[in-house]
Design a protein around this ligand. Structure first.
Ligand code: CUA
Length: 684
């Protein structure tokens, strides 16, 4: 490296200061003898030298110490569930270590997890979660949420939506696996998020693109057609907000008890479901209240231009408890398997209200007290805080400035606004800490901006005032703070979910990873701790839950069907393995009940005839944690895993004759290479 340059010498002096800080840390964690700082601040300790060698600034070295998690120690305080964006999966990370702990297959097959590669249970999930159009094997996961008890996350279930095809999935935090996907009726896409009501009675979610809507019949993908013209769009296209009834004991949605509220054809965007003073209400913002449809090749302006004309769009305010009562009173109309509170009924019965919101906004979040709704202005450089008490009072007093073209009453902006905070360019999402602060992501300014809320969230002076900002690389979308979106966020950490990552990571080709940045928000100044490239889709939004709220299983009780966590009818014990061949309808079925135990697959020879439907029920009879076995059959595209105690069924058509090798794909033991078998398919 040659001689020490002047710059490096300067840094060396600088590190002397760091040395003092590191020495203080060393006294706690490392033993003072390991780190020596000379009098006068000359950094000559072991860690100083290492930092100098690696070119680390003192703040960077400190950040490394704050998040490093040595093997064998459990230093993470939070678990983050992040969307996997267009990978269709969810990602589990430890915080603050930022270590990736798991990918959860949700909308997308995953051969390791046995999801969609011959595994019957996962195939049924994907099938049930597909539209009537075709089997869907990909998705665009955007917003996760966690089940709640009294508005607090209880750590039992998570849900995550698919923006692309308007679906919602349920993940169990017992085994961090997907249990159900539902295709939400009448909706074409969704971006409203996924929001458990305060006691997980429902998961609320709004549509994004309005759908062609036959009056009285709704929308059915693959069959409802109404030609896309500006007039038809205004008259016959509709948005929707769904309340998916959730059976928390089973972890399943129940469409028969679910309902929807029909909305005007604005592009509904993010929403939030309230608690405390906002209990019973949903707030969602919208863009394109211009009702533009695009058509750059048909002589109309691009959507991005036409949809950005008005200075105000509409914050949607839905009284969902009242809507629920209307449904119970029989005032909803059944459309495509779900009760719908029509737009006319919503207006007549006082379910739906608007408040003006600047300008093509994004992000709609509720403060911890439940008192304020914070909306990021996106094209306006402000966060608007709406006072829920004022909203409710103005609705009671019927104080409106008028109605929209569909008769929806519009509240007066000045009457329901608590404050506007000038934050900078492109404000999107607001997340909160335990000290009455909001943190807003500014997409264009590449910043996270911290501001004081108002009472009761923040009772000091300078309410709704910016107090700190930190630069982000680059183009932050969502951000997540610990347990924000509940009544008691925990502070400490913020993760910025950034869209661009140029100059942050070594070049691995034109498709760059997305970049997650961990920020310390415990002090007066926010401080960047870590950059994490995620090479799996685009993590869109994330939630961080205290690790002690989660009670995951270590192993399944032997014979468990993970779909229900009860004993599978196909569970067997060692020694009970059997092969049967029987006819179902016109098809011969070779059905096998087998066991997996280090290091034998029993049976290890399966003889079937060409044309047989082969159905193998594996029971992993292991009781030891992490004793997962895999299963893969050459040339049959069958792959998966069977966790200790799990019963999993694999099914395929033995359409090609031959002798095919199968084996345990999971390295499980010294004789893992011997954990194999033969599938013999005799020609018909
Ligand atoms: Cu079982 Cu390798």
């Amino acid at each position: 490296m040659g001689t020490i340059s002047e710059k490096k010498l300067k840094r060396r002096e600088f590190l002397g200061v760091a040395g003092a800080g590191l020495a203080a840390g060393a006294a706690i964690g490392f033993g003072a003898g390991r780190l020596v700082t000379q009098p006068g601040g000359q950094g000559t300790g072991e860690l100083d030298k290492l930092a100098l060698q690696r070119g680390l600034e003192p703040e960077e070295a400190r950040s490394a110490l704050r998040i490093f998690n040595p093997g064998g120690k459990y230093l993470d305080e939070f678990i983050m569930i992040s969307s996997g964006g267009h990978s269709g999966q969810a990602i589990i990370l430890g915080i603050p270590s930022m270590r990736i702990l798991k990918y959860i297959a949700v909308y997308t097959p995953d051969p390791w997890q046995g999801y969609g590669y011959g595994n019957v249970e996962s195939r049924e999930i994907l099938k049930k979660g597909s539209s009537d159009v075709r089997l869907l094997t990909g998705g665009d996961t955007h917003h996760p949420d966690i089940s709640r008890t009294n508005a607090e996350w209880d750590g039992e279930w998570a849900c995550i939506g698919d923006k692309l095809s308007a679906r919602m999935a349920i993940i169990s935090f017992k085994d961090f696996a997907t249990k159900e996907i539902v295709r939400m009726p009448n909706m074409g896409s969704q971006h409203g998020g996924a929001h458990f009501t305060p006691n997980s009675e429902y998961v609320a979610c709004g549509s994004f693109f309005p759908t062609p809507w036959e009056p009285g019949k709704g929308y059915k993908p693959g069959s409802t057609y109404i030609q896309l013209t500006e007039k038809n769009y205004a008259d016959f296209y509709r948005g929707q907000n769904i309340y998916l009834a959730f059976d928390r004991s089973r972890g399943r949605f129940d469409l028969t008890r679910s309902f929807q509220v029909e909305l005007p054809p604005y592009v509904q965007d993010l929403e939030a479901v309230g608690w405390g003073p906002s209990d019973g209400w949903t707030f969602m913002n919208s863009i394109n209240t211009e009702r533009a449809i695009g058509g750059v090749m048909e002589g109309r302006p691009a959507l991005e231009v036409a949809a950005s004309q008005r200075d105000f769009d509409y914050l949607h305010i839905i009284n969902w408890k009242k809507a629920e009562q209307l449904v119970k009173d029989g005032k909803a109309k059944e459309m495509n398997g779900i009760k719908v509170v029509t737009l006319d009924t919503a207006v007549k019965e006082g379910i739906l209200f608007f408040a003006p919101e600047p300008k093509s906004p994004h992000g709609c979040d509720i403060s911890p007290s439940g008192r304020y709704v914070l909306v990021g202005g996106k094209l306006a450089p402000v966060v608007t805080a709406y006072d829920v008490e004022k909203i409710k009072q103005n609705i009671v007093d019927q104080r409106f400035e008028g109605t929209d073209p569909y008769g929806v009453p519009i509240l007066r902006f000045e009457e329901v606004k608590a404050a506007q905070v000038e934050v900078g360019l492109g404000p999107l999402h607001n997340e909160f800490d335990d000290a009455g602060h909001g943190h807003v992501s500014c997409f264009i300014a590449n910043e996270v901006v911290r501001y004081n809320l108002g009472p009761p969230d923040y009772t000091g002076s300078n309410t709704f005032t910016v107090i700190d900002r930190i630069k982000i690389q680059y183009n932050i979308g969502h951000l997540a703070t610990t347990e924000s979106g509940t009544a008691s966020p925990k502070g400490k950490y913020l993760v910025a979910l950034n869209k661009w990552s140029i100059d942050r990571f070594p070049n691995v080709g034109p498709l760059l990873p997305q970049n997650l940045q961990l920020i310390d928000i415990s002090g007066e100044k926010m401080q960047l701790l870590y950059d994490l490239p995620i090479g799996l889709g685009e993590p869109h939004y994330a939630k961080m839950i205290s690790i002690d709220k989660l009670k995951p299983l270590e192993v399944y009780a032997v014979g468990t069907d993970p779909a229900t966590f009860t004993v599978s009818p196909n569970a067997i014990r060692k020694g009970q393995e059997r092969i049967e061949r029987h006819q179902v309808g016109g098809t011969w079925v070779s059905e096998i009940w087998g066991t997996l135990l280090r290091s034998t697959m029993a049976p290890d020879i399966i003889r079937v005839k060409q044309g047989d439907l082969v159905r193998i029920h594996w029971t992993n009879v292991e009781t030891v944690r992490d004793a997962t076995h895999g299963f893969g059959i050459a040339d049959y595209n069958v792959m998966g895993k069977i966790d200790p105690g799990e019963v999993a069924t694999y099914e395929f058509l033995a359409d090609k004759p031959g002798v095919f090798y199968y084996y345990c794909t999971e390295f499980c033991s010294p004789l893992h290479m011997e954990m194999t078998g033969w599938l013999e398919v005799a020609p018909a």
